[in-house]
Design a protein around this ligand. Structure first.
Ligand code: FMN
Length: 206
């Protein structure tokens, strides 16, 4: 159902006071998806609401990183694919992290973070650091400490140590710009890829 049909339905209900429950029943019978929020108000399914944005974004492959920092003095980290390089002079990189997440708290506390670039076989680590329910994010994940005491995850392709350069609130995320203080490629291997909601690795050359 197109967005304009939703708009029209909304208008009809607003003007004529139609029975929203009846329309919901008919809609569910035809497409089997909820059209109303629990309040009974009309709401659009996500794929219509975001105008296909999610679908196209899923088709954009990214690498996968674990961003580490210290939270209350202890190692912390979160899986992030919103990592990008910004400039070489000065050497700046950026990540976009959920404002309410603990990785944000950790970065704000220490004003330092490390971006660990994951290797193709580190899917387990990526999932572990993306989970909110693990008691210890570093369980069975070996790491060493950077000069600032931030965890550098063993087995990753390389890492980028950063001092916080700028933090900007962007919607419900914080854009952290990091000034690179040290970076190293630790092994010449293929990267872990996130594409169409799945972890993948390169299978060939273009
Ligand atoms: C492939 C992948 C990429 C992710 N990228 C981001 C990201 O760029 N920014 C973000 O805030 N969360 C991202 N997440 C979700 C976080 O990893 C997840 O919320 C994690 O628990 C961090 O929460 P915490 O900061 O409270 O530890 C990603 C998750 C996955 C699986």
């Amino acid at each position: 159902m197109s967005k304009s049909i939703y708009d029209t339905l909304n208008t009809i209900i607003r003007i004529n006071g139609c029975n929203a429950r009846m329309i919901r029943k008919q809609y569910l019978r035809s497409v089997g998806k909820p059209m109303f929020r629990e309040t009974g108000e009309l709401s659009m399914p996500a794929e219509i609401q975001d105008n296909g944005l999610r679908e196209i974004l899923r088709r954009y492959p990214t690498g996968v990183t674990i961003v580490t920092a210290l939270l209350d003095g202890k190692p912390w980290g979160g899986t992030m694919n919103s990592f990008t390089s910004v400039s070489l002079d000065p050497p700046l990189v950026a990540i976009f992290v959920m404002e309410k997440g603990r990785t944000t708290t950790a970065i704000n506390q220490t004003k330092k973070f490390v971006v660990n670039i994951l290797k193709f076989n580190q899917e387990k680590e990526a999932k572990q650091f993306a989970s909110d329910n693990v008691p210890d994010k570093f369980l069975d994940v070996p790491y060493r400490e950077s000069s600032n005491g931030i965890p550098i995850i063993e087995g990753s392709l390389g890492y980028i140590e950063c001092d916080l350069y700028e933090a900007t609130k962007v919607s419900d995320h914080i854009m952290f710009l990091g000034k690179v203080t040290r970076s190293e490629v630790t092994m010449d291997e293929e990267a872990l890829i996130f594409y169409r909601r799945a972890f993948r690795s390169f299978t060939g050359t273009a």
